[in-house]
Design a protein around this ligand. Sequence first.
Ligand SMILES: [Zn+2]
Length: 378
Amino acid sequence: MTPTAPGALRPAGAVDRDRLLATFLGLVAVDSPTGHEGSIGTVLEARYRELGCSTTMDDIGNIVAVYPGTRPGTILVSMHMDTAGTDRGIVPIIGDDGVIRTDGSTILGADDKSGLAGCLELLRLLQSNRGWTFPTIEFVSTVGEERGLVGSRHLDVSRLDATHGFVLDTAGVMGSITYWSPTSVYLTITVRGRKAHAGVEPEKGISAVRVAAQAIASMPLGRIDEETVANIGTIRGGEARNIIPDTVELEGMARSHDQDKLDHQLAAMRSACQRAADEAGATVDFAAEEIYKTYKIAEDALPYREAATAIRSLGLEVSPRKSGGGTDGNYFNAKGIPCVALPTGMVDEHATSEHIAIDDMVLACQTLVAIVTQPAQE
Ligand SMILES: [Zn+2]
């Protein structure tokens, strides 16, 4: 097959590679680190309206854009507007190999601007192919995804009509369907001992650093089993080298695809802390906050079947994917809208090596178009 040269005639219904690329680069140029989604929200809302959607923005900045269908039924398509970390002024570089990267000093923000670009391209195609049959689409663009799915957690889904949906926000091979995601719990552990002068009367002190060290050393961490992981990521405490420290705060997380295994892991971490504290006469506060809940979509459920049909129609193989992390899909599922998550082509998201192949971005967009325009499934 001869590749289509840029600018060559393409069929009216085909994804326009140059236009998709330009849209993506335009979105990357708008800074949107988590908590600073105002500018991109303004840009997107205007685009959605130009392209025929009615839009609403909720009080924290989530945008719902509705494009009316030509057949019954409503689906949800979701992306997030924020980018991980604090990088601004991102400069994308298009390589001779058709891969977009940065110079390595910032992330690229393909997570999740590749998803957003794909949606805008889909809308342009729906506008210019009036004969197509498709359901009403509720495009949900969230804020704060990278800070613990803040936008989808907050979103009032009672205003949505979608029966099921697709979250455009994963890495993974093209053709993958993320059908299973873990529960994630954030941990904040505070150890309290007793302050004393370390040179003059150390006997009077209880070192919170020592208790925390013993707790960490005795708790199961890392990969616990195939479904479960746990980590202590930060440790903060102490005032000076000659003061026995009275407070240490640890931050960590645990995740599992299996609720029982997660409960077991959390109990093991909690008792490691309690044991270390008891031995030293310290106290410990162990706070566990569920950030998102596991979901598992069956192969015969509608979002899975529609995604699989679309993927196969492009000649790709369907590969079921169990993810180690969450997406806004965890909240949509928890709130009663069954969703699968799909790859956008992004690779190494959240790292300065983040990149995306233009071909994969096109393929992801083609998959989305195929999902939307396929005949309705029962
Ligand atoms: Zn993302």
